[in-house]
Design a binder for this molecule. Structure first.
Ligand SMILES: [Zn+2]
Length: 71
């Protein structure tokens, strides 16, 4: 109650889609970036782009990837 409310809905937590750069108020987490120094950050996509992202890669999959992907 300390801040005056000029009216209107509260601001939603919006994110910018990493794929199409559209700002969406319904971001979908598609990737987590971990850093050694400091906290990591999350990568978001809009609901339309989210299905185009593969599931979060497993470290084991990356290590075992021999380039034999069937397409
Ligand atoms: Zn998008």
């Amino acid at each position: 109650m300390s801040e005056p409310t000029p009216g209107g809905p509260p601001r939603k937590p919006v994110r910018m889609c990493v794929r199409c750069a559209v700002v969406t108020d319904a971001p979908v987490l598609v990737s987590e970036v971990h850093q050694n120094s400091g906290p990591g950050f999350n990568v978001y996509a809009c609901p339309e782009c989210a299905p185009h992202f593969p599931p979060m890669p497993d470290v084991l999959d990356l290590l075992q990837g021999g380039g034999g992907q069937a397409s």
